[in-house]
Design a protein around this ligand. Structure first.
Ligand SMILES: C[S@@+](CC[C@H](N)C(=O)[O-])C[C@H]1O[C@@H](n2cnc3c(N)ncnc32)[C@H](O)[C@@H]1O
Length: 206
């Protein structure tokens, strides 16, 4: 699938720059964004149980999300591996890979981790992917949720997603607005949202 031509990319970048000068954020318009922005975000924004939030991977089209979460008084953090993308990050931004989140967050301190479009878009090496989800499990509280959005096409699937061992520690989370724990969007790249919940091991006699 061919993307926009170079002149078109430059044109849109200039437009975004002008909009940004006037404090107007830009967004991507497609079906997987509609689900993310109009179905997934509103649920978590309105649920008081999800206060401590980490969003992984920042780009020009995610900058506007910062305001949505910050204005709702969430303790909202972003993490992005490329230092230059700090400009798209939240007020509380970390420059690092998701595989190192245990260096930045205490165990059981997060309510929600959203990792959209990162698996297969830089988070590719098997060991990094396993570590990223293993550390997510550690940093989430009992009942905390991990959302992973990924493209189910060969070019963007470093290895079969369902074979990711560290995700097996989680249980599927039936996301109430969609009434399922996996939702495949109607996109040419089959962008898929998977919802996981951390359920601690019950203590003996508990
Ligand atoms: C396709 S963009 C997705 C941006 C955003 N998360 C979204 O909802 O679309 C992928 C971003 O993830 C970043 N990224 C790749 N590997 C990463 C990692 N291991 N940890 C954190 N960010 C990473 C890339 O630098 C890039 O900015």
């Amino acid at each position: 699938m061919r993307g926009p031509t170079l002149p078109a990319r430059i044109f849109f970048r200039v437009i975004r720059g002008i909009k940004s000068t006037f404090g107007v954020d830009s967004y991507l318009k497609n079906e997987d964004r509609r689900i993310l922005e109009q179905v997934i975000f509103p649920y978590f924004l309105n649920e008081n149980d999800f206060q401590n939030v980490l969003f992984v991977g920042c780009h020009w089209y995610t900058k506007g999300y910062n305001k949505w979460f910050e204005e709702k008084k969430k303790n909202y953090w972003t993490i992005e591996i490329h230092p230059s993308r700090k400009r798209y990050g939240a007020k509380q931004h970390i420059i690092d890979g998701m595989q190192n989140i245990c260096c930045h967050f205490s165990p059981s301190s997060l309510d929600l981790i959203m990792c959209n479009g990162v698996f297969g878009w830089g988070l590719d090496a098997r060991s990094d992917v396993e570590q990223a989800f293993r550390e997510s499990f550690v940093c989430l509280r009992d009942g905390g949720v991990l959302v992973v959005g990924w493209d189910d096409i060969d070019e963007r699937r470093p290895f079969p997603f369902d074979r990711c061992r560290s995700l097996q520690k989680f249980q599927p989370f039936v996301f109430p607005p969609l009434a399922r724990s996996r939702y495949v969007t109607d996109t040419p790249y089959a962008h898929t949202y998977d919802f996981f919940v951390k359920r601690g091991t019950p203590t003996v006699g508990g």
